[in-house]
Write a protein that binds this ligand. Structure first.
Ligand SMILES: Cc1cc2nc3c(=O)[nH]c(=O)nc-3n(C[C@H](O)[C@H](O)[C@H](O)COP(=O)(O)OP(=O)(O)OC[C@H]3O[C@@H](n4cnc5c(N)ncnc54)[C@H](O)[C@@H]3O)c2cc1C
Length: 265
């Protein structure tokens, strides 16, 4: 079984983020890390392999990322967790690409690999669009098991069962392979890379793919090929001081009055 995991490098979630004059995220102004939510996808891939006989049974995990040169750091992190190898789609023309282009590029790279299972996070912690996996499903014409809080793979039957966590409850999903599975953060606890894993990752292969390798013209990607543009932005309004209720014997009544005024009760 060949598992492919889509991983994105993002600015550190805790760092203060800035926009450039061109109204895109200034990625150089913050430390870059592997998208937290993609760590769960890498961890789940490792657990699926372990539950199905391990690497000895011929299962492999390939990471795929589209991003600039330094996206390799995020790939190395995934490799140090235990993935086998990685693909890095890198081309100067890709800067400024929107979600439609990102999904197209990832889909072209995935087609070359022909994996049995594709895992992704639910969203990136920077753009937070949460659309790439669904777009991949459309482009590749593959089933999409979204918001998976539990995944079981039957390699012999070539089926995937997942539990889809929604606000209303849990939905049991089943699909033939190949398929795309989007995992939520409750699915597992990602492992820390061990010292051995970090050393081993230095020797693992990261293959670079250019637009030419994927048969995509530079004019179709980047900001010039984008279908969406950021026209304007504004800071969210500062929060007001709130209302302080002093309990002078009628605190309960004052609270009820406040909640009723806000139509909360
Ligand atoms: C006008 C415009 C300009 C933009 N310019 C840039 C830019 O210059 N540089 C830039 O980095 N972004 C840019 N973006 C943002 C970029 O389009 C989004 O990051 C991208 O479309 C993915 O959306 P998302 O991050 O919200 O992914 P989501 O849909 O939230 O991600 C879900 C999952 O998809 C996978 N995934 C997402 N992106 C990648 C990736 N690149 N590689 C591998 N797996 C991935 C991951 O598994 C992730 O957990 C721009 C957006 C717009 C609208």
């Amino acid at each position: 079984m060949k598992i492919l995991v889509c991983v994105k490098q993002v600015p550190d979630s805790w760092a203060e983020k800035k926009l450039t004059p061109a109204k895109v995220l200034d990625r150089e102004s913050a430390d870059a890390v592997l998208n937290d939510l993609d760590e769960y996808a890498v961890e789940e891939a490792l657990r699926i392999v372990e539950a199905n006989g391990g690497a000895e049974a011929g299962h492999t995990i390939t990471l795929l990322s589209m991003g600039p040169e330094r996206a390799q750091e995020a790939l190395r992190k995934g490799l140090s967790m235990g993935a086998d190898n990685a693909l890095h789609v890198k081309d100067d023309a890709l800067a400024g690409s929107d979600a439609l282009t990102t999904s197209r590029i990832l889909a072209e790279a995935i087609k070359r690999e022909n994996p049995d299972l594709i895992l992704t996070g639910t969203e990136s912690t920077d753009a937070r669009m949460s659309v790439i996996p669904a777009m991949l499903s459309e482009r590749l014409d593959l089933p999409h098991l979204s918001f998976a809080g539990e995944v079981h793979v039957d390699v012999n039957a070539r089926t995937i069962k997942s539990k889809r966590m929604t606000d209303e409850g849990v939905e049991a999903m089943e699909s033939p392979m190949p398929a795309i599975v989007t995992v939520i953060e409750k699915i597992n606890e990602p492992r820390y890379p061990s010292f051995k894993g970090i050393m081993a990752a230095k020797k693992k292969s990261i293959s670079e793919l250019s637009l030419a390798d994927l048969g995509v013209a530079p004019s179709e990607v980047g900001s010039s090929g984008a279908w969406s543009a950021v026209n304007d932005f504004a800071l969210a309004p500062a929060r007001g001081a709130g209302v302080k209720v002093t309990d002078d014997g009628n605190g309960g009544g004052a609270l009820v009055e406040f909640l009723a005024e806000k139509r909360l009760i």
